[in-house]
Design a protein around this ligand. Structure first.
Ligand SMILES: NC(=O)c1ccc[n+]([C@@H]2O[C@H](COP(=O)([O-])OP(=O)(O)OC[C@H]3O[C@@H](n4cnc5c(N)ncnc54)[C@H](OP(=O)(O)O)[C@@H]3O)[C@@H](O)[C@H]2O)c1
Length: 282
């Protein structure tokens, strides 16, 4: 249900996380925005727009009834089986109310196909438990009325506060080896660009499947090594991991639903953004 001035009421599941929190900060000045967190945190407890939610134990209906969202954004982690049930309940809510759902999916829904990058209408197929789980929720949501669903498929997301960059920094501090996958060709993105893209999708009332990866492809090892040179000038130990003899792709490229040019990103812009941040926050 929208607010009396016809603004969306947005509920972000996983609003304390890396992406969910970046989305909360991006959207809260424009929409009536609410969020969930999992681990007890005094800052969120004091915020009346935040609800504690444990996907394995709590009933999502209670939060839906309290917030009455016109848009649900799902940025959760947690037990896969419990997440499937929670998304089934959300799907029921979406059908019965004036509400749409935006689900953060992953390039892993294509991880069984390794020879090419993937487009929006390609058939999904995964060899991983994580990929299977994302496909299950995607398929469930795709049975809802088309205009009520947005699925965004994401590659690896890097950003100054991202868990992936924190792990790199930890390896550098501990002087332990950083694993790189020389055969993996992928695209990448940042939380900064992703939140702008999702804001645009909401404003333009878009629906359907969006592939929100960088416009260019990178080799995993080259990209990580470049990123590490931005973080430190010290010698860092890399461990090269070969999972196949041939190159394999894990990349989501837009064809049917491209976003405007200013909302696209290439890997060099991502590295520049990180470099600027490092210069101001050494
Ligand atoms: N990051 C990436 O590179 C990437 C790439 C592709 C797709 N995605 C998808 O994007 C979504 C968000 O990822 P993220 O990197 O932002 O994850 P994250 O930083 O780990 O955040 C996960 C969120 O889920 C909450 N959560 C964790 N366990 C929970 C549980 N048992 N019950 C209820 N809530 C729980 C966390 O709450 P607390 O903060 O309180 O623990 C947090 O708010 C995920 O669905 C992920 O699959 C991410």
């Amino acid at each position: 249900m929208m607010t009396p001035d016809h603004k969306h009421r947005i509920l972000i599941l996983g609003a304390s996380g890396f992406i969910g929190n970046a989305l909360y900060k991006e959207l809260c000045s424009y929409f009536s925005t609410f969020g969930t967190y999992h681990v007890t945190n005094p800052a969120f407890e004091l915020n009346k727009h935040f609800f504690q939610y444990r996907v394995e134990e709590d009933d999502i209906f209670e939060i839906l009834e309290a917030v009455k969202p016109s848009i649900i954004i799902s940025c959760l982690r947690g037990d896969f089986h419990a997440q499937v049930i929670a998304h089934r309940h959300m799907a029921e809510y979406v059908v019965a109310h004036d509400c749409k759902i935006l689900f953060l999916s992953s390039a892993n829904v294509f991880d069984a196909y390794s020879k090419f990058p993937s487009y929006e209408d390609d058939k999904t197929l995964s060899g991983s438990i994580y990929g299977h789980f994302k496909i299950k929720i995607e398929n469930m949501l795709m049975r809802l009325p088309k205009k009520k669903v947005v699925i965004v498929r994401l590659p690896m997301i890097f950003g100054t506060q991202s868990p992936r960059v924190k792990v790199l920094k930890q390896h550098i501090a501990d002087k332990t080896a950083i694993e790189v996958f020389p055969n993996l060709i992928m695209n990448v993105t940042t939380d900064f660009k992703l939140t702008q893209q999702i804001h645009y999708i909401i404003n333009r009332n878009k629906h359907g499947i969006f592939h929100l990866g960088s416009s260019d492809l990178v080799h995993h090892d080259d990209f990580i090594m470049e990123m590490v040179t931005l973080i430190t000038s010290e010698n860092v130990h890399f461990k090269q991991v070969y999972t196949t003899n041939e190159d394999r792709y894990l990349a989501v490229i837009p064809k049917l639903n491209p976003l405007p040019k200013h909302l696209q990103i290439c890997s060099t812009e991502l590295l520049e953004e990180l470099n600027n941040y490092m210069n101001y926050n050494p």
